[in-house]
Design a protein around this ligand. Sequence first.
Ligand code: GRF
Length: 218
Amino acid sequence: MGEEAQAKNPIPRFVAFASGSGSNFESILKAIERGDLQATCVGLIASRPQIGAIDKALDRDIPVHVLPQKGSESTNMSSSLDKELTNVVESMRPDFGVLAGYLQKLPSSILDVISGPVFNIHPSLLPKFGGKGFYGIRVHEAVLEAGETESGCTVHLVTDHYDEGPILAQARLSIPANCTPKDLAAAVLRLEHTLYPITIQTTLEDYGTLQSTFATAH
Ligand code: GRF
């Protein structure tokens, strides 16, 4: 892009948050590298040290901030950590945020310093199998225990309420007979890697018309 075009249409900057292997984070970075997603990652917030997502960021010179590991600190301490994290995120000047397997609840002060949408992906067809306790393999165990014949993943906006923000897109699959939770997790994760970057791109393109949705979501 030329300088003039870029000044009119700057590439949106995002901060990512991860707690695990970071395969969704990597699928987003790869979509950017292929030119399928117009965005720049300006930082990764890692909730734990030594997680796969950190290597994926460092390989690409993306700054990483690892959260201090919480012990049995008081509520005051925890709110000062929230403030510190909010300052870190604010200093990155992100236009939007991406939760990529982030297991902690985002303090609402973070939503306030990110001017645009904050996205999340969940490995079920929300509103089913979402909310407190539904994470990792537990989601897929619950889907199979309930005798569901299909599952999938959901991209939604993040709000103060866990897994409850407006749904942007879903991808579905049929569950074969004798499917184990592990098989289902792997099949859904493959769907996530395609759905997440595409949904972020299309949502950013529609951002102007969707602003009222974002305003209500925050
Ligand atoms: C994914 O299943 C995602 O839906 C959920 O957390 C998991 C993260 O996996 N929010 P990865 O770290 O991206 O591999």
